[in-house]
Design a binder for this molecule. Structure first.
Ligand code: KG4
Ligand code: ZN
Length: 343
């Protein structure tokens, strides 16, 4: 009988559960998002996130089983996000998964959220083979990885300051656009001129493949406040918000594209997975396809529901590990805010 994996994800502000079989078929996927609760604070509030995970997790896991018309006894293995993320949030998922494992005797895998994001590329395109490059670009992470096999991941470069999604969120706040910033900046940019302002492309001294987005954010701030940065209030009537949004978005996309393709060349790789929330950005997708075709690089960008935080990628990666014969982890998983893939 086909083995089934129950995946549980709670690393940030989505409580998610999914069932995926060993051939990577998704039987169910449930995501309870907290985005509205955090919107009034303009960012994720860790204590609130943990409390909301606690309230949601039982219902989310139950629904994932029910949607797949399964019971716990039908499951072979539980896979849970162990790291990296908000520690209070992670602990809710890990404790719940360990409770389930203890009460049912089911084996358990602790999964790295970043490898989960990268795995979403394999779920989107089962014909993918190692080695390949992955760009993980979200609200918490922006990094390039070389992926040589399950668990065999080498970080090539990362942001030295803000993540790209964080930059979208901060610039959206400056432009008084709604949270989360990515979608609202993208929308505003649709009618703007990407060449209206010349914003920096985030070069990092002596590290040509690393990313930096804090200078870009400051540059947008100074553009809006005047060069001395002293004007205390930003009067957006003096600026075209679509032009600022489009120019900012273009700067982020330029930086992501140029470093990613440089890294592909340096590592002599021909396949690229782009994942994480910012991979939803339509301008980034457009430019990736364009550059990929030009350079004969296969570019895989999973659809939105696989790009943003979800449990399909956790269950799917768990199923791949199960098929490979990885030994289960012991109870007492150490939830960690950081991992070797997030530093
Ligand atoms: O992967 P994700 O759902 O959560 C983590 O950070 O792990 O990513 C959320 C981030 C937010 O910063 C959000 O502003 C950004 O992804 N985002 C976008 C778009 N949609 C979401 N950024 C740019 N363009 C978008 N369309
Ligand atoms: Zn994520």
């Amino acid at each position: 009988m086909t083995k089934l994996v129950l995946g549980i994800e709670s690393s940030c502000d989505e409580t998610a559960a999914a069932v995926v079989d060993e051939d990577q078929n998704v039987l169910s996927s449930v995501v309870a998002t907290q985005v509205e609760a955090h919107a009034e604070f303009g960012g994720v509030v860790p204590d609130l996130a943990a409390r909301m995970h606690t309230e949601a997790i039982g219902g989310v896991v139950t629904k994932a089983l029910k949607d797949a018309e399964l019971e716990l006894k039908d499951i072979s293995t539980i896979a849970v996000t162990q790291m990296p993320g908000l520690i209070g949030s992670l602990l809710v998922g890990v404790s719940f998964a360990e409770g389930l494992s203890l009460s049912t005797g089911l084996p358990l895998y602790g999964i790295d959220h970043i490898e989960g994001h990268i795995w979403s590329g394999f779920m989107q395109d089962p014909s993918l083979t190692w080695p390949l490059m992955a760009l993980v670009v979200s609200g918490g992470h922006t990094a390039l990885y070389r992926y040589d096999g399950l668990g065999q991941i080498t970080m090539i470069s990362r942001t030295v300051d803000d993540a790209a999604g964080e930059a979208f969120d901060k610039v959206a706040a400056l432009l008084k656009l709604s949270y989360p910033g990515g979608p609202s900046v993208q929308k505003a940019a649709e009618t703007g001129n990407p060449k209206a302002f010349k914003f920096p492309r985030g070069q990092v001294k002596k590290k040509p493949l690393h990313f930096s987005f804090s200078g870009l954010k400051t540059s947008v701030l100074y553009t809006l406040k005047g060069q001395d940065g002293l004007r205390s209030d930003i009067n957006l009537e003096n600026y075209s918000v679509p032009d600022v949004a489009a120019s900012f978005q273009e700067a982020v996309v330029d930086a992501l594209i140029s470093k990613t393709f440089k890294a592909l060349e340096a590592e002599k790789l021909k396949t690229l997975i782009v994942c994480g929330g910012v991979a939803a950005n339509s301008r980034l997708r457009e430019r990736l396809q364009e550059r990929g075709e030009k350079r004969r690089i296969k570019v895989v960008v999973p659809p939105l529901k696989l790009c943003t935080d979800n449990a399909m990628m956790i269950a799917g990666l768990g199923a791949a590990y199960l098929k490979e014969g990885r030994a289960p982890d012991s109870i007492g998983l150490d939830a960690k805010a950081r991992s070797s893939l997030s530093r």
